[in-house]
Design a protein around this ligand. Structure first.
Ligand code: CP
Ligand code: NVA
Length: 298
């Protein structure tokens, strides 16, 4: 039984298989008879908001021949305190796979263990693996192999998105620089455990120098709303803008996982100047997640 619960738990071969197949899915969209999910129904259980992840999985499952049901976690008995283990045992007897977006990583892992069906992490506080697989696919589609390149992440270095980047760096052999205020940096233990070529600094300019990819994410992740005012102060100097982009390689890509807050983690001009990359990145969620689904059921 395969699951996609984190980049941490993936091996490089599986990542490469998915990235390769994402290209096939993209090239053959609309012209493929391949229906690996025919006869299956997948459940999507979301505790947090979503536009890209929700729509791309719903479309992707249908394109692969499956049925999909979207379940707002608060409408399930889960929202009234039914344990995740019981929810998992019930759904495991009814549906063929599950895609979960929630807070605790342990909930996704418990669901996978107790349901006995392929389970996908669609974002937890710990990781956003589908996003980072897509980002790497997009980088390689536009610029070639990511191995040996410099990826610079600007902003909240302790949230799910950079955490998935941290695990990917060692597996795919690229350099990762994280620029974040002291209080929002990933723990040294996590960096050491990942084994990657990773530097963490408070200095955005130093981190952006000669970078091949500049990347950012929101300052206020879902679940951190009560810290919004404090975070806006802490992150005030952590923005992707033209000045910072000028420090990167001339052909550097600028990416954002979206949603974007203009004037905060990225300024409006930088976002528009790199909109083609950023919205290709968003589109690629569909192709990459179809490859993830295909990998899970094969
Ligand atoms: N990037 C991302 O996961 O977007 P959504 O929150 O809209 O799914
Ligand atoms: N770090 C963000 C990612 C959104 C896709 C969050 O968790 O809200």
């Amino acid at each position: 039984m395969k699951h996609l619960l984190s980049i941490e738990a993936m091996d490089a071969t599986s990542i490469e298989t998915i990235l390769e197949n994402a290209g096939v899915m993209k090239a053959q969209r609309g012209n493929s008879q391949h229906q690996p999910l025919a006869g299956q129904t997948w459940a999507m259980i979301f505790t947090k908001s979503s536009t890209r992840t929700r729509v791309s999985f719903e479309v992707g499952i249908r394109e692969l021949g499956g049925n999909v049901m979207f379940l707002n976690a608060n409408d399930l008995q889960l929202g009234r305190g039914e344990p995740i283990q019981d929810t998992a045992r019930v759904l495991g007897r009814m549906v063929h796979g599950a895609i979960i977006r929630t807070y605790a990583q342990s909930d996704v892992e418990d669901f996978a263990e107790w349901s006995g069906i392929p389970t996908i992490n669609a974002l937890t506080d710990a990781e956003h693996p589908c996003q980072i697989l897509t980002d790497i696919f997009t980088y390689q589609e536009l610029r070639g192999p990511i191995a040996g390149k410099v990826v610079t992440y600007i902003g909240d270095g302790a949230c799910n998105v950079p955490r998935s980047w941290i695990w990917a760096a060692e597996k795919l052999n690229f350099k990762l620089r994280i620029a974040a205020p002291q209080a929002h940096q990933p723990s040294p233990d996590l960096i050491a455990k990942s084994g990657g070529n990773i530097t963490v600094t408070e200095d955005c300019n130093e981190a952006a120098e000669g970078a091949d990819l500049l990347y950012t994410d929101v300052w206020v992740s879902m679940g951190k709303e009560t810290e919004a005012t404090r975070r806006e102060q802490d992150f005030a100097n952590y923005q992707i803008n033209e000045t910072l982009i000028n420090r990167a390689n001339p052909d550097a890509l600028v990416m954002h996982c979206l949603p974007a807050y203009r004037g905060k983690e990225i300024d409006a001009d930088a976002l528009e100047a790199h909109a083609e990359t950023i919205f290709t990145q968003a589109e690629n969620r569909l192709h990459t997640q179809k490859a993830i689904l295909n990998w899970l059921v094969n």
